[in-house]
Design a protein around this ligand. Structure first.
Ligand code: UDP
Length: 250
């Protein structure tokens, strides 16, 4: 199979034009080959605004094997640049789809991050939904540097194929950039609030709200503490409209 195609860059971050099916298919190929390790990032406008400021985060996304377009804002920005991205690949949709594929193919999956007990709850729900899903392990831990070696050892001991990390962006993606190669996992994905959604801690916007591009508003009403972070969205729109999306730091 071909390697994922970079369709365009925004804030110097590559965006791959992949569908959900193709993202699953790359993961399947990488885990079958077991010849390296592959980081997947689910890039939305908040990621891009953070990458604009933080060189280390930007470099992490530039090195990732796959940057899927997560967010209607990314698709709209691409369209303004004359690039058609075929579909939005949301991290919170990707996780259950990968769990189904893991159950089918016999991959071992490790659930790292979120509040204590949430990774377990999400993993149990997915294992009930997809019988045969092999849960390599679940652990909340934290993205703090002092915990890294212990967490890496814990994951490594479980012989994981797929490592899902829910520490929110950019922490989860930086964590994977530093550690994925040490964990023994083949594919690592930063999954943001996905475990919270699956465990029922937060609710995903209904499909029609997602379709009209208002998932951000639904999430803001549900988690008002996000307002400051979500200011990145109008700022992103203005920068894209003005064509001023060069990074601020080198
Ligand atoms: N989280 C964590 N440790 C941290 C920061 C975040 O476990 O130090 C978890 C948090 O509990 C949540 C997930 O990371 O389950 C995603 O957080 P957030 O909603 O901020 O991320 P987003 O979905 O916006 O990337």
């Amino acid at each position: 199979m071909n390697v994922p195609r970079v369709a365009l860059t925004l804030m110097e971050v590559p965006i791959h034009d992949v569908t959900m099916e193709e993202a699953i298919s790359y993961t399947r190929q990488w885990i079958a080959e077991k010849s390296g390790f592959y980081q997947v990032a689910t890039v939305n406008p908040e990621f891009l605004m953070a990458a604009r400021k933080h060189g280390a985060f930007r470099a992490t996304l530039q090195k990732a094997a796959l940057c899927v377009p997560d967010g209607i804002g990314v698709l709209a920005a691409a369209r303004l640049r004359g690039t058609h991205l075929r579909e939005r690949v949301a991290g919170s949709d990707l996780v259950p789809r990968l769990a189904a594929e893991a159950a089918r193919c016999g991959w071992r999956v490790f659930f790292l991050g979120a509040a204590p007990g949430i990774a377990e709850r999400a993993a149990d729900i997915l294992a009930t939904r997809y019988p045969g899903l092999q849960i390599a392990g679940c652990y909340a831990g934290s993205p703090a540097l002092v915990e890294e070696d212990a967490i890496v050892a814990r994951v490594r001991a479980t012989q994981t194929d797929l490592l899902l990390v829910a520490y929110g962006a950019p922490k989860q993606d930086l964590w994977l950039a530093r550690n994925l190669h040490r964990t023994g996992a083949t594919v690592g994905i930063g999954v943001g609030g996905s475990f919270d959604f699956i465990a029922g801690l937060t609710r995903r916007a209904p499909r029609w709200i997602q379709r009209v591009g208002l998932e951000w508003l639904y999430r803001l009403l549900q988690e008002p503490r996000r307002w400051r972070r979500q200011l990145a969205l109008p700022h992103f729109a203005v920068l894209i409209l003005l064509g001023r999306d060069a990074p601020l730091s080198s």
